[in-house]
Write a protein that binds this ligand. Sequence first.
Ligand code: ADP
Ligand code: MG
Length: 140
Amino acid sequence: MAATRTFSIIKPDATRRNLTGAVTKMLEEAGLRVVASRRIQMTKDQAEGFYGVHRERPFFNDLVSFMTSGPVVVQVLEGEDAVKRNRDVMGATNPADAAEGTIRKAFAESIEANSVHGSDSDENAKIEIDFFFKPEEIVG
Ligand code: ADP
Ligand code: MG
């Protein structure tokens, strides 16, 4: 099967605890390759745009505040069935439900501060990658 791409964010709770390397190691051990990476301070506009699908959810404002509360690392990951592979190693949204061996089980602080984002479909992966990266910034 051909390699595909997905989009990942190491969230502020993880960068604050200096877990960028530890999270990335788990992604790599799951068979994903980092083909683009940038550490940024997300703006309110960026966070609201990125999470636009959640605008009507009760946690939207808190989520935007959280995602802009510190640096994040935006990454493009490549691998076989990358979207599913990444979702599997991330674990459930709520760390209380996350399986052993997943990033959220290991590191997440709460259902909000859950250490990582990962695209949920190939379509959204493309949209999310394009939101943060130019084609020439992705080197596989
Ligand atoms: P996932 O990140 O697993 O795809 P969602 O797309 O449903 O989960 O939600 C996006 C993000 O919003 C979550 O990763 C988490 O940071 C936050 N979030 C989701 N549900 C809640 C909730 N009930 N309360 C607070 N924050 C939430
Ligand atoms: Mg999601």
